[in-house]
Design a protein around this ligand. Sequence first.
Ligand code: PSV
Ligand code: MN
Length: 389
Amino acid sequence: MTELAAVKAALKTQAVETPSWAYGNSGTRFKVFAQAGVPRNPFEKLDDAAQVHAYTGVAPTVALHIPWDKVDGSNGYAELAKYAQDRGVKLGTINSNTFQDDDYKLGSVCHADPAVRRKALDHLLECVDIMDATGSKDLKLWFADGTNYPGQDDIRERQDRLAEALAAVYERLGDDQRMLLEYKFFEPAFYTTDVPDWGTAYAHCLKLGSKAQVVVDTGHHAPGTNIEFIVATLLREGKLGGFDFNSRFYADDDLMVGAADPFQLFRIMYEVIRGGGFTPDVAFMLDQCHNIEAKIPAIIRSVMNVQEATAKALLVDREALGAAQRGGDVLEANAVLMDAYNTDVRPLLREVREEMGLDADPMGAYRRSGWASKIAEERVGGEQAGWGA
Ligand code: PSV
Ligand code: MN
């Protein structure tokens, strides 16, 4: 295979998971701006996700968030999985939610009250039951737990409580299931957060075993953090479970991935490829909200941004880079990396899409499809709960 053919082949295997909540209404603390045609239930979210996959060809799975995507009936989740399959997509990661209940004001699995901890744990175990029904491989855990004031609770004991809950969930996982532990440096807690950084997540996952992996949400770091270094380290340790991709300017902005800093996304994807992480063992998920822009096109754009960063990272001349690095040629090494980054990969991706039997222009194809006006007409009333709801 020529080098370009290998790059194209790799791009065709790409899989970006889209989040169900990105299709629904969301907003800031100040206002949710409702959009016409947003899904009213998880089934309609899957209809929209199927559109994204139909036009990009590389968004085959959809992450669910429980309870936002709760369905009724003993067969409900199996039916949801079948509904997805009939539309050419699959159900992906199950996201737990222990942050929107009054009981969780002072924490969930780290709460001082064992009854609250039990309630949170039961929810996490229910999420694994749902994974069994949907055939999902990954459980994504993000805890809003933390404290606002020094002395509010015992920092160490909270870690012990966390470890206990994680161990109980780990025990419940099936052979092919994993838990992905997400970290976030602050918010909603402002003084301490119980899983604030990759080191804490890594320490818990290491103790638990190989089915526990760290997930890197690109929006969950302090400004200036070198995320690609974290990625390289986690891959080196065999502990990178996946990504929640989004962009940030200030904090957890949840903007379209690759919008704020496409160069950072390229650097991350380079370390992924360099570290052997461009495999199904690393989940490439979006975790975004589209508050002022049209949602489905924004998700298509985000998937394309990941594709572009990946294509550029695949184009890095690794041999030339290695030679420059070994020779101590700082400028040449930097130039090799920048050459790849500065390549216009859009023509290459158009070719890849055509070879996959897709329209070369996913955004245009979606716009021309008439889907947006169809859903605006058909979906009236009854929007679902989610962020900002
Ligand atoms: C929390 O900010 C988070 O990143 C977690 O991944 C949640 O599951 C997700 O956002 C919900 O939008
Ligand atoms: Mn996230």
